[in-house]
Design a protein around this ligand. Structure first.
Ligand code: 5GP
Length: 254
């Protein structure tokens, strides 16, 4: 990992210069942060599982025609992705009230929303990623109207697809965060899905029991954090049925 030039270190990932121009190696760490970096910790094996879970989701989304930055997984913790210019907006899609929506609007956690809701947050740690409107985004030039239309359309398609995918393995997709980038392909620019989709960026609840199978177990000190990530991987068919014990060797997901 030291051979390559490091471009950026984030909370859960490190980006290195890729082997070809226009490519980047995304390294998944076990580090976890919450509440704008106020809570820090490690979730053992998280990087390995998120690398694999995000790969599976990106490949399936590509299969329904969603353009993504994902090229291929390189090894246990690294994937090769296209270099993109990140749109400085986090897109949050919600199906069930939870988290900051419940807090902000006083809606009970777990209440299904009348329809899927798309929110935008400005990517700015110092400000704590504040919620912004479409007006802010276009007025301040973070994205154009056309880019935003594309981003919202893609986000809703991704939501429909992922809701179905997770329901089929007994999981409710409560909400999740997406990031998009501008990919410059010669003269052309395309908006593509970037970053990762994993239990770090989604709220995933067991359909039968409402048990949380995501980063809220870390955020809220619920315990069994590693087990939750393993359970999502197991249901997606990435870990064998017998679960955590098989994960020790990590051969199953190499
Ligand atoms: P909330 O706004 O309720 O905290 O989060 C809504 C959804 O977006 C949750 O699934 C949460 O995991 C995800 N999310 C929001 N902000 C971030 C972020 O900065 N990083 C990650 N990984 N996920 C986020």
């Amino acid at each position: 990992m030291n051979r390559r030039k490091q471009i950026y270190e984030g909370k859960a990932k490190v980006l290195f210069q890729g082997p070809e121009p226009g490519t980047i190696v995304q390294y998944f760490k076990d580090d976890a942060t919450a509440f704008n970096n106020k809570k820090k910790g490690t979730i053992s094996g998280k990087g390995v599982l998120n690398n694999r879970i995000s790969e599976l989701i990106m490949v399936r989304l590509q299969g329904i025609g969603i353009p993504t930055h994902f090229i291929k997984r390189l090894n246990m913790r690294e994937q090769l992705v296209r270099e993109v210019e990140i749109v400085p907006i986090e897109v949050i899609i919600r199906n069930v009230a939870a988290g900051t929506l419940s807090k902000r609007l006083g809606i009970e956690e777990g209440k299904p929303l009348p329809r899927s809701i798309v929110e935008f947050c400005l990517k700015n740690d110092e400000l704590g990623d504040p919620v912004v409107s479409e007006e802010h985004i276009t007025a301040f030039g973070w994205a154009t109207h056309q880019e935003l239309d594309e981003i919202v359309n893609m986000s809703l398609r991704i939501n429909d697809f992922l809701c179905g995918m997770f329901v089929s393995i007994g999981i409710r997709l409560v909400d999740f965060k997406l990031e998009f980038g501008r990919w410059y392909d010669g003269e052309e620019m395309r908006i593509v899905l970037a970053d990762e989709i994993s239990p770090d960026s989604c709220r995933l609840w067991d359909i039968q029991t409402d048990e949380k199978l995501d980063k809220d177990r870390f955020r809220r000190d619920l315990g069994k954090v590693e087990e939750a990530y393993q359970e999502v991987a197991r249901r997606l068919g990435i870990l064998p049925e017998s679960g955590p014990a098989d994960h020790q060797g990590t051969k199953a997901i190499q």
